[in-house]
Design a protein around this ligand. Structure first.
Ligand code: FMN
Length: 199
């Protein structure tokens, strides 16, 4: 039995393509792995707080020296990190907003990139601690960006995942969704075909 953690970040619900991809993913994953446990964290419905002075202060102190506000902030943050630590497969659904990931997803990443828990500093540099996990990233984009300098999603997320020790990362891009002609349909169908192979 594996644990799958799905992170949703589209601000849209009904018409969201990235959410459509996660729905397809869940259906196909459940068919192939009926015993797996799937958890969905929806950052648009329940956004995580931005980093603040309480959390950063709390991170640096031993428990006994933390204020009540620091303990609360840390407990909320630990919940997110624990959820990631427990997962075998991480699925991040990310619309492209202004060439990169939604700020809600960035806020989540700011919580889970935790020194001493998901990575550590060594004499030879940082070392990722999340070994043995894989990640799948489902993006939805109005234009076409794969392989171009305008893509600030894939290179960034690859770097972040590698930093915490996740090197097995598959990207599935649904692109050209807001372009005229048959780009939307083509982009979606191509992404769905790739998804079927990965899930
Ligand atoms: C605020 C905002 C910014 C966007 N920025 C970009 C962009 O930089 N590049 C792009 O190709 N599409 C951009 N889009 C289009 C979305 O990526 C596209 O509509 C995608 O389908 C959104 O994901 P969703 O369908 O899961 O909501 C933007 C959309 C919004 C709402």
């Amino acid at each position: 039995m594996s644990r799958v953690l799905i992170i949703e970040s589209s601000a849209r619900q009904q018409d969201s393509v990235s959410r459509q991809l996660t729905r397809d993913f869940i259906e196909q994953w459940r068919a192939a792995h009926p015993d797996d446990e799937i958890t969905v964290r929806d950052l648009a419905v329940t956004p995580v707080p931005h980093l603040d002075a309480h959390l950063l202060g709390g991170w640096m102190k031993p428990q006994a020296q933390r204020s009540a506000a620091e303990r609360d902030a840390l407990a909320r943050s630990n919940e997110l990190t624990d959820e990631l630590l427990a997962a075998d497969v991480l699925v991040m659904a990310a619309p492209m907003y202004n060439f990169t990931i939604p700020s809600t997803l960035k806020a989540w990443l700011d919580h889970v990139l935790r020194a001493g828990i998901t990575f550590k500093y060594t004499p030879t540099g940082p070392q990722g601690l999340l070994t043995g996990k894989r990640a799948i990233v489902l993006t939805a984009r109005g234009g076409i960006h794969a392989g171009a300098t305008s893509d600030h999603q894939e290179p960034y997320l690859r770097q972040v995942m590698a930093f915490i020790g996740i090197h097995d990362v598959n990207f599935i891009h649904a692109e050209g969704l807001n372009m005229s002609g048959d780009f939307h349909e083509k982009g979606l169908n191509q992404a769905k075909a790739k998804l079927a192979a990965v899930a």
